[in-house]
Write a protein that binds this ligand. Structure first.
Ligand SMILES: [Zn+2]
Length: 163
């Protein structure tokens, strides 16, 4: 189910909406990043008010995600809470939001701000030291160094044949 706001009664009194958005609604077509997976319905509690040619949505969003630690690859759960979420949606002008059957779908805005709130660099612990037996960074040996000896000798041999 999408999160729809019906505009009909909004001018008379604010609307209070609460419920859950399914994972499919949240992650539709967008994989934020490999290390964080949205796998719990998002819980919302918002108030919607009519403004001059706009609607103002304020409230709270909350969900749980599964993260993979960027350093040690351990899987852990994290709660994402957006307190004081607010978004002003114009009903007129170039940036106006789509109104279908006198209703505005808040789902895309919830989705966008939730994805933005996900950790970019999840760590199981701020002091995570990484993998216990992490090998030292690989030292790259330039290709020429390993190929040069053979190559040189072949060309040197040809040179010798020519003269
Ligand atoms: Zn870690």
């Amino acid at each position: 189910m999408s999160l729809l706001v019906h505009l009909g009664n909004l001018s008379r009194h604010p609307a209070h909406l609460s419920g859950e958005l399914e994972v499919e609604e949240l992650a539709a077509g967008e994989t934020a990043q490999d290390l964080v997976r949205v796998d719990t319905p998002l819980r919302y509690a918002v108030e919607v008010q009519a403004q001059a040619a706009a609607i103002l949505v304020t409230g709270r969003l909350e969900t749980d995600v599964t993260c993979e630690c960027a350093r040690c690859l351990k899987t852990f759960r994290r709660r994402i809470v957006i307190e004081g979420w607010s978004v002003l949606l114009p009903l007129e002008g170039e940036d106006r939001v789509p109104v279908v059957n006198d209703a505005v779908d808040l789902t895309p805005f919830v989705r966008e701000d939730t994805l933005l709130a996900l950790p970019q660099h999840p760590l199981c612990d701020p002091g995570c030291g990484g993998l216990p037996a992490a090998p030292p960074p690989e030292v790259k040996v330039p290709d020429t160094a390993s190929q040069q000896p053979g190559g040189v000798s072949v060309w040197a041999a040809l040179e010798r044949l020519k003269f």
